[in-house]
Each structure stands twice: as C-alpha cells, then as structure tokens.
Design a protein around this ligand. Structure first.
Ligand code: SAH
Ligand code: SF4
Ligand code: F3S
Length: 481
C-alpha cells in the first residue's frame, strides 16, 4: 500500500468525495461540493452546505446538473494540490458548454494560493479561505454580476459556533464536531498554520449543545476535531489570563468530561492529540468515562530527537515515550495510532532507523505514513535543504509501511478471542447479511446482522480476523471492553 491509499483523521484523504444533502424542493439552485483533505475539511463542508442551504442551494451528487461547483481543498502535500488542479481543469472544460456554471475553490489551497488561482491559473471564478465561508453567498452573487470573487481573510475569532452543520453523507450514527480552528504550532514541515490561521477554541456550550442535538437525532458517536485538541482552552488566553471571572475556564479535559456526560450511550473520540501538550488530566478523564473511547492518535512524525528538533515539534523521543508510558499507566488497554514522515530534511540512515525502532517499541494499531513534501513558506523550506533524494524517501517509506503492516496485523490478532461492545455503524461493504461496527479501540468488526440495528450497541464475540478486521458474532456474553 502506498500512502496515497490512506484516509486519515487530520491528514489528507485522497479521494474527492462528493457530498449530498437530502433534497429540499424549495431550493432551486444546485450545489456540487467535493471535499479533500482532513476531517476538519469534511466538517467545514457541512458548514458550507448549511450556509448555502440558507441561501437557497440544494446539494447534488451529479456534477452535470450543478449550478455551483465547490472544491474544498487540502494543501498539506504537493500531490494533494496536483489532484485538485487536475479536477479544476476538468471543470474548466465543463464551463465551456455551461457558461453559467460557477466553479470555486475553498479550504487550504484557496488560502495558500489566494488570487493566483484566479489570475495566473484562470481555473476558477471563486476563491474562499477557511474563515470566510459566511461570505460565500455574497461572493457567488458577485460572480453572477460578472466579477471574479475572492475572500481569503483569516480571522482570530471565527469558529462558526452557532451554525448547525448539514450532515453530509451521514450514516446517522457517527459525526464530527469541530471544537477549535487554526494552529499556533510551527512544525517546520507544515503548511496548516499558514492556511488555517491562529488557533481559537469554540464555546464549550455550543459544542455540548451540538453533541446533545446529535444524540437526540440518533447519533451515538462524536469525534471532537482540532489540529491540537490538547491545547483547547476557553475563557483563558495563551498567557493564562482569565478573560471573564464570572465564567469557568474550560480546558480539554473538562470539555471531554462535559461531552461524555451528554449521555453514557454517546461515544466520544477526538483527534488530533499533540505529544508536547497531552497531559495526564486528559488521560485520567478518559479513564473515568467508559464512553470515551480508549484510543489515542498521537502523531510522532519521527523516532529521532534531532529530526524532531528540526521539525520543531517541541518534544524528544524520550518525552514521546514518556507520554506513551503515561497512557498505558492510566489506561493499560488503550490503543494508539500515529503519523510518520519519511525523509525529512537532513534525515540520515541512523535517524530513519530510530523511527523504525520506535515503531517496534510502540506496535501501533494504525499509522498514516508519508514521504516528506516541501511546502512553500514553511520554516523547513526557508531553513533546511530538502536533501533526501526521492528514491531514498520512498525506500524509507516502504520500510516504514512494511513494519507497520506487521504491527497492525499483530494488534488485530491480539483482539481475537474476547467479547467487545460494538457500536453498529451499517451494512458491511463486502457482505450484505453482515453489519460492521467498531470497538472502543477503533478496530472494525464484522458480524452477522441477526436483529441488530445501526446506531445500537451489541456485544460481539470475536473469533477470527483478517489483518485489519475482526470477525465475530453477536453474543449474550458480557464484554471485556
Ligand atoms: N495537527 C496534526 C497533523 C495535521 S497534518 C498533528 O500535529 O499531528 C497530518 C499529517 O500530515 C501530519 O501529522 C504529518 O505526518 C503529515 N504532514 C504534514 N505536513 C507534511 C509534509 N510537508 N510532508 C509530508 N507529510 C506531512
Ligand atoms: Fe501542522 Fe504541527 Fe499544527 Fe499539526 S501541530 S497542524 S503538524 S503545525
Ligand atoms: Fe486539513 Fe489539508 Fe488543510 S490536512 S487543515 S485540509 S492542509
């Protein structure tokens, strides 16, 4: 498997996924919305659909009948942008036959390239950055008036807190809730601080309200999203000054606690944790609530402290291992996953070996693995040479992928023989008479349907597995997890 096949929570997913809202007959204009990149982008698309629904657009899966085509884009690696450019050229062709069709670019590539998408590349009519989505209806009207339209202003406040996302392509069981936007870290390889702006947290009351609404609508799992959820903070600034004395300060542990209390039958997940900021109080709250899933995505990026320093990640290999030890001390059964970059600037063979040795210590359940891609304006681009030859990057990536494949299969195997509480998500893609769901450890389980229903919990005894999927059947036995 090469990294291009991977989907991830807060990294890039590689398919442009067309998204659709159930038909709204009063809506006359049709929106075709395609999302690339991380789950925050998918979550933003649900906000965009909501804003445009209020402006009279219904969504369609058929690009041929669209009046407005929007691509919500990702800029994390060069190949993510290439894919979008190819797609835009196709739409440019389509516009020849349909002169009234409006094509726009949203998201991180819009923010990175700004006007140049209109001026130099002449591929689109509309360019809107991640903090300007409320302006899309106006901008579309501007385009209809014969002008090109751009709004790439970043904001220090915008969290779209009160906008009720339109759940796109929803399974009715699991949903994402954005709890913060932007990122104040400056990992030297990363474009996100430039495309998403400064970190800001969303009002906890609106987050809890959204979780309640989802539960009442039948959803049974929420994933709280942010680039660095551990630095979530409300009513306190970066220097620790409380903003409003009459209101409580809410940090991430407190937020998890509040969301977990919405209902014991609402599972809570979150992504992404940052090793430098992940504190024991978060782990302790996780341990206290059965409905907070025992799974942590903790991107390491590299197993070598010098590389981590060049990456400006703010931790060493030892610090990372200490955080993992804390996870296992507080939640002995907690599953872990990670992100790894191969061939970062100056990476030697020994440094690469340190990444493999860290992986062997960790035995991650899952990992997203990438070759380093230099991004304009980043610290690494300005300060270091992108000097690991492409074939070496790719060979190292293959080695990383091979090690992870073994660990993932071993982890899956280690779950066989026990009974788990599984949230039923829907019919298995491969077998019509089977459901699939997940354990608290985020491992997928397939099992004969019997009388179960999506959106309910069943106890599943796991008796077999493939390298990535557990196979079981519904049982009356009590679960071990
Ligand atoms: N905020 C998250 C990650 C967001 S980006 C965190 O700090 O962990 C998702 C992943 O993409 C990163 O973890 C990293 O592994 C990868 N990535 C980011 N920039 C990259 C680049 N320039 N080249 C290759 N991979 C990159
Ligand atoms: Fe990028 Fe680092 Fe922020 Fe993650 S924490 S989004 S890798 S700058
Ligand atoms: Fe996400 Fe890609 Fe932007 S990973 S934050 S959509 S650059």
């Amino acid at each position: 498997m090469d990294s291009g096949d991977q989907k991830e929570l807060l990294g890039e997913s590689f398919q442009g996924t067309p998204t659709v809202v159930p038909g709204q007959p009063t809506h006359t204009r049709k929106l075709y919305l395609e999302s690339y990149g991380c789950q925050m982008n998918f979550s933003d698309s649900e906000i965009v659909a909501s804003i445009l629904s209020d402006a009279g657009f219904s969504t369609t899966r058929d690009e041929d009948e669209a009046d407005l085509i929007l691509l919500n884009t990702c800029a994390i690696r060069e190949n993510a942008e290439q894919r979008v450019r190819t797609r835009l050229r196709q739409f440019k062709q389509a516009k020849r036959a349909r002169p009234h069709l409006v094509v726009g670019v949203l998201g991180c590539m819009a923010e990175r390239l700004k006007e140049s998408l209109l001026e130099q590349e002449k591929l689109v009519d509309l360019v809107v950055g991640p903090d300007a989505y409320r302006d899309i209806p106006n901008l579309v009207e501007q385009v209809h008036g014969g002008q090109k339209a751009v709004n790439v202003l970043l904001s220090r406040e915008e969290t779209y807190a009160e906008i009720s996302p339109v759940r796109l392509d929803a399974n009715g069981v699991t949903a994402f809730i954005s709890i913060m936007r932007g990122c104040d870290n400056m990992c030297s390889f990363c474009v996100v601080p430039f495309t998403r702006g400064r970190e800001r947290s969303r009002d906890p009351a609106s987050i809890v309200r959204e979780a309640h609404e989802l539960f009442d609508a039948g959803y049974r799992e929420v994933t709280l999203l942010g680039q660095n959820v551990d630095s979530y903070k409300w009513n306190i600034d970066n220097k620790g000054v409380i903003k409003d004395d009459s209101q409580p300060v809410v940090r991430f542990a407190e937020l998890i606690d509040r969301v977990a209390q919405v209902n014991p039958d609402l599972r809570v997940r979150f992504s992404t944790s940052h090793p430098k900021d992940m504190t024991d109080d978060v782990l302790e709250i996780m341990a206290q609530h059965e409905n907070v899933c025992k799974y942590i995505h903790l991107p390491v990026q590299s197993g070598n402290s010098d590389v981590l320093k060049r990456m400006n990640r703010g931790y060493t290999r030892e610090w990372y291992l200490d955080r993992i030890a804390a996870i296992h001390r507080i939640m002995p059964d907690c599953a872990t996953s990670t992100d790894i970059i191969s061939g970062f600037c100056g990476e030697t063979e020994e440094e690469h070996q340190d990444t493999l040795s860290l992986m062997n210590l960790m035995c991650y359940d899952m990992a997203y693995m990438f070759s380093y891609s230099e991004r304009p304006r980043t610290l690494a681009q300005r300060k270091y040479e992108n000097d690991v030859p492409p074939e070496v990057k790719s060979r190292r990536l293959q080695e990383i992928l091979a090690v992870q494949k073994v660990h993932a299969a071993n982890r899956t195997k280690s779950y066989v023989g026990r009974t788990y509480r599984v949230l039923v998500e829907g019919t298995s893609k491969k077998k019509e008479d089977q459901f699939f769901g997940r354990t608290t450890y985020n491992t997928v389980v397939v099992f004969p349907k019997e009388n179960a229903k999506p959106g309910t919990y069943v106890n599943v005894h796991v008796h077999n597995c493939t390298p990535v999927t557990l196979i079981g059947e519904i049982t009356q036995e009590q679960p071990s997890a």
